[in-house]
Design a protein around this ligand. Structure first.
Ligand SMILES: Nc1ncnc2c1ncn2[C@@H]1O[C@H](COP(=O)(O)OP(=O)(O)OP(=O)(O)O)[C@@H](O)[C@H]1O
Ligand SMILES: [Mg+2]
Length: 132
């Protein structure tokens, strides 16, 4: 295991080609949020089936962990260009609201030069629950 990254609701263990996302133990509330983030990410990966979402290989049915492909994470220094690029890329996308949700460099990465969303378990979008 290489490094772990701390998100707001999940701790992310970074392996060679994969990452493992586990709900944080910072507080019980954030732990519950982390479970839901994992579940939503798993459901959304299956539902949207898009190649600009980092692949989810497996997620536990209670959200206790989620295994995702490892992606090279975007840098904070490129925030401005990244926002412009993403707004341009997704302006006519039918899932624009979803793709632009929680937009920040640490939630995006690059694979073969293509932008990939790596955190899509957020809750501010309409499809908050599993309605599909
Ligand atoms: N697929 C991935 N490949 C490489 N690193 C990743 C991947 N997914 C997440 N990370 C790293 O772990 C950090 C936290 O992951 P993530 O954003 O999914 O957690 P979160 O708790 O939902 O975060 P947030 O603080 O944005 O709410 C990311 O900012 C990134 O640095
Ligand atoms: Mg994040």
């Amino acid at each position: 295991m290489k490094i772990s990254r701390q998100g707001c609701t999940r701790t992310v263990f970074v392996l060679k080609n994969k990452v493992i996302k586990v709900p944080t133990f910072k507080s019980f509330e954030l732990f519950l949020c982390g479970l839901l983030s994992n579940l939503r990410e798993g459901w959304r990966y299956e539902h949207f089936a898009r190649n600009d979402l980092a692949k989810v290989f497996y997620y536990n049915r209670f959200g206790l962990f989620l295994i995702m492909e490892r992606i090279e994470v975007c840098d904070n220094d490129e925030a401005h260009e990244l926002y412009e690029k993403i707004h341009e890329l997704y302006q006519y996308d039918k899932e624009k609201e979803f793709m632009l949700d929680d937009l920040k460099p640490s939630n995006w990465g690059r694979k073969d030069g293509k932008l990939i969303k790596i955190d899509y378990g957020g809750w501010s979008i309409k499809k908050m629950y599993r309605t599909f």
